[in-house]
Design a protein around this ligand. Structure first.
Ligand code: AMP
Ligand code: ZN
Length: 483
């Protein structure tokens, strides 16, 4: 199946062709671990999980790096100014930046599990890749792309003529409009720090000695730390090589973070850094940007406390396509939860139907064809809403069918596809009922046969207490999970 992806680099939807026919090298910009991730951050990682699942289903072997930014992401990342977010987190909680990083990185990994995201093969912390980052600065210095000023070593964007191309930046306008507080020592407003020096008189929890060969000759010893952009380039290239297939991130990364990654990586290697660049649009909450001051950056734990599971949230995210702006409301999340519950009850039918030798041709074809249609939707630029619509349609064809006419094998096959490519864990979350419960259902059917309504109602209540509801159809009783 042909996979098409919207490529920010070419500004069009391209047919995907990796460097190696069978293997895909993928880099995902990971979170800055100074706080819990909010629903917007998580939406990004759910969408990139869909990319990975689609690539795997298409038969590729995916080698994936996702970083954890645990140093160097400054509060104002456009101008390389302000406090390091990690130090800010440390101050807020009265801990060290190392403790903050460890705690929130661990919480991130737990969130990956809860949301059913495939764990990347390489999860790399920026602080574990300091030598690789310094090596990259060294290469750039040797090639003449860097200069040193009071607060760090910078990349001179005027030496990289295609700097503005990726994001379509207007550098002249940027110069004209440079803010008064623009660091006057910088040669160009968009020049960015590769390596920052610890300000004089300040002690940072995370700092490393700057190798003297990176400093201007005769300079004294300086402690420092990497710039956020440098981290991603160094981790991607040291593990995956100078040219990768796909690089993903949020649309906020296009004008600065990814533009800078491209400049420094390609200046260093002389090769194209990534063939495909994918960007997820942002999620809003009640139509408003997520912001700390509004307190609308719900965490997974906030959702759980309000009675929603991480998989309900996953379903909510899949209802939108990654390239469209999303809108989170609790009504939308409730709709997603109901949809998932409905799907789980359909999944439970696999225990209640039998493989028939002469299946109803129509519903068998529908069930089997749905798997193909899901893959078609995903291969069409990860169109998850369409994939969900296909499932709804296939499931709706089962409505009103006698249970004996539902083709068990076809249903199981479709559930397999849904679980492997949409990651909704339908089968794992829908265990069969135990023998005692089955026995109660049989007793209730007998009571109904003898028109003993009092007994049948009593048994219905007993089943309800066990979390099971029963539906009486012409074809016999069907059980569902009570919500
Ligand atoms: P950060 O921890 O700030 O580096 O962000 C982690 C990831 O979340 C980045 O890939 C951002 O692009 C992404 N992100 C931040 N805010 C949102 C949002 N509201 N919706 C979707 N993605 C977001
Ligand atoms: Zn990055």
């Amino acid at each position: 199946m042909t996979l098409k992806l919207h490529n920010t680099l070419t500004r069009q939807t391209d047919v995907f062709a990796p460097i190696d026919e069978k293997k895909v090298n993928l880099y995902t910009c990971g979170p800055t671990v100074y706080d819990f991730l909010h629903v917007g951050n998580w939406s990004a990682y759910i969408y990139w999980d869909m990319l990975v699942r689609t690539l795997i289903a298409d038969g590729y072997n995916v080698e994936r790096v996702m970083n954890i930014t645990d140093v160097g992401h400054l509060v104002n990342d456009e101008e390389d100014t302000g406090e390091d977010k990690m130090q800010k987190g440390a101050r807020r909680e009265g801990k060290t930046a190392w403790e903050i990083a460890e705690y929130y990185a661990e919480d991130f990994l737990m969130g990956i599990e809860k949301l059913g995201l495939i764990m990347p093969g390489h999860i790399t912390k920026a602080t574990d890749f300091i030598p690789q980052q310094l090596d990259l600065v060294r290469i750039l210095k040797e090639k003449g792309y860097t200069y040193q000023i009071d607060d760090g070593i910078y990349f001179d964007i005027s030496k990289f003529p295609t700097y503005a191309d990726f994001a379509g930046l207007d550098l002249e306008a940027q110069k004209a409009g440079a803010r008064v507080e623009f660091n006057v020592e910088k040669r160009n407003p968009s020049d960015f720090a590769l390596w920052k020096f610890t300000p004089a008189g300040e002690v940072r929890d995370m700092e490393w000695e700057t190798p003297t060969d990176l400093l201007d000759t005769g300079d004294e010893k300086k402690m420092g730390f990497p710039g956020w952009h440098l981290e991603c380039s160094a981790m991607a290239m040291s593990i995956l090589g100078p040219t990768i297939d796909i690089h993903t991130g949020g649309i906020d990364h296009i004008p600065v973070h990814h533009t800078n990654e491209i400049a420094q990586s390609e200046a260093a290697s002389g090769k194209i850094f990534s063939h495909y660049w994918l960007h997820n649009n942002h999620l809003k909450v009640n139509g408003t940007k997520i912001s700390k001051s509004l307190g609308n950056g719900y965490t997974l734990q906030d959702l759980v406390e309000k009675g929603f599971s991480p998989l309900d949230y996953r379903m909510f995210v899949l209802q939108g396509q990654y390239s469209n702006e999303g809108n989170f409301t609790f009504e939308n999340l409730t709709a997603a939860k109901n949809r998932l519950n409905h799907w789980r009850n359909i999944a439970a039918l696999r225990f209640q139907t039998y493989d028939t030798l002469t299946p109803d041709a129509d519903n068998t074809i529908t069930l089997v064809a749905a798997s193909g249609a899901i893959m078609e939707a995903l291969n069409n630029d990860l169109n998850t809403p369409e994939a969900l619509r296909v499932v709804d349609e296939a499931f709706s064809r089962l409505d009103g069918k006698p249970i004996s006419a539902i083709h068990q094998h076809g249903l199981k096959q479709l559930l397999e596809t849904i679980d492997s490519v949409l990651g909704l864990q339908l089968q794992a979350s829908t265990p069969d009922i135990d023998d005692d419960t089955k026995q109660l259902i049989i007793e209730r059917e007998r009571a109904r046969d003898t028109k003993d309504w009092a007994k049948s109602d009593k048994l219905r209540d007993t089943l309800k207490e066990k979390g099971i509801t029963v539906l009486d159809t012409q074809d016999g009783t069907i059980w569902e999970y009570a919500n």
